[in-house]
Design a protein around this ligand. Structure first.
Ligand code: AHG
Ligand code: MN
Ligand code: MN
Ligand code: MN
Length: 336
């Protein structure tokens, strides 16, 4: 079938609404709210170099990091957009210690979705004009509608996600998401504020030649990871691979999905849990990866099977082209 041209995200959402499981239009509205907030945040990110918005707010978030102004701005915008449209019953954010309940103890509130969000990913890149992102993850609540949301509604394994995606504020701004039927990417035309379907049915190449890891921490990595890095650098077959590390998960993942590659944030002798957050970063990226024919593991096992115990839990994370992740797994398994 010939593909239609100039499909906008708005049209795509409407056309695909009926294919969502349990579709009531609620998930479509939710994606629409994210689309709107993405445009507002995009506008602000784009002028970060112009106005006095860069720099630390001076507060420290739950992760012990200094919050940047845009972190706070993006957090507010996404929360506001989802709240205003009254389409979710709860939100958890990397930037807030506790989850937010939205009229969830009102029996008139029949909203069944909770959203987890990393409002600004790679925020240390803002000051130096390098790509940042937003990551989101959506679950159906476990507890009954009309009762207060509980921690249980947020601490679900990633395989329960009904939607996930990211926005990358790069040379172009793109919104990439899945509702469990493949991954589609939309590029923003900033002149008219419209996202167009530019990357239909995105797939990780089966294998690739890029590896992405903060190699400055090499000395602290466990032996399996060290050996795999040495393997990537060996002159043999299609190796040595190319090293690419932006320091913003969204951007590193996005590049690897298009070109073929592996992203690694391992645990180390100084950070036993790794750095990335299971709920706000790893699960949504893992869902996208699997939907795009890639793989995501947390050391020994599939990320999407991990049952979370804490909202801000961290976990080692390896994601990318299927064959590359499988090869890495072989190295990790040698030391278990
Ligand atoms: P955030 O800006 O949301 O706190 O996330 C930063 C994360 C992730 O985006 C990136 O891949 C990683 O931190 C980089 O960490 P290092 O600087 O330790 O390599
Ligand atoms: Mn942060
Ligand atoms: Mn992040
Ligand atoms: Mn963040």
């Amino acid at each position: 079938m010939k593909r239609k041209k100039n499909v906008t995200l708005g049209e795509f959402i409407i056309e695909n609404q009926s294919s969502f499981a349990y579709s009531t239009g609620e998930l479509s509205k939710l994606i629409n709210a994210i689309r709107l907030a993405a445009k507002v945040v995009n506008h602000e990110v784009n002028k970060a170099g112009l106005v006095d918005i860069i720099g630390d707010v001076g507060e420290t978030n739950i992760q012990g990091e200094e919050q940047q102004k845009l972190d706070v701005f993006a957090n507010d915008k996404f929360i506001q957009s989802l709240k205003n449209r009254e389409i979710v019953c709860g939100i958890a954010s990397e930037e807030s210690e506790e989850f937010i309940s939205i009229n969830s103890n009102d029996e008139r509130n029949q909203n069944k979705y909770v959203v987890l969000i990393d409002p600004l990913d790679g925020s240390s890149n803002i000051d130096v004009n390098v790509s940042v992102g937003t990551i989101f993850s959506v679950y159906r609540r476990i507890t009954p509608v009309g009762t207060p949301v509980t921690l249980e509604d947020f601490l679900q394994p990633g395989k329960n996600q009904v939607a996930a995606g990211y926005i990358v504020y790069g040379t172009s701004t793109m919104l990439v998401y899945t509702t469990g039927a493949g991954v589609n990417g939309f590029t923003l035309n900033p002149a008219i504020g419209t996202f167009y379907l530019s990357h239909p049915d995105m797939q990780f190449p089966e294998t690739g030649t890029i590896y992405s890891v903060n190699e400055g921490h090499y000395i602290h990595f466990h032996q399996g990871v060290k050996d795999y890095i040495k393997y990537c650098q060996k002159e043999e077959e299609d190796r040595p691979y190319t090293a690419r590390y932006i320091g913003s998960l969204v951007s590193d993942f996005h590049r690897n999905m298009i070109k073929g590659g592996i992203y690694m944030y391992p645990k180390s002798s100084v950070t036993e849990e790794g750095k990335l957050r299971l709920l706000y970063e790893c699960n949504p990226m893992a869902f996208l990866a699997e939907q795009a024919n890639g793989l995501a593991i947390g050391g020994r096992s599939r990320i999407l099977d991990v049952v979370p115990t804490e909202l801000h839990q961290r976990i080692p994370f390896f994601v990318g082209s299927r064959k590359m992740v499988e090869k890495l797994q072989e190295f990790l398994d040698k030391y278990h």
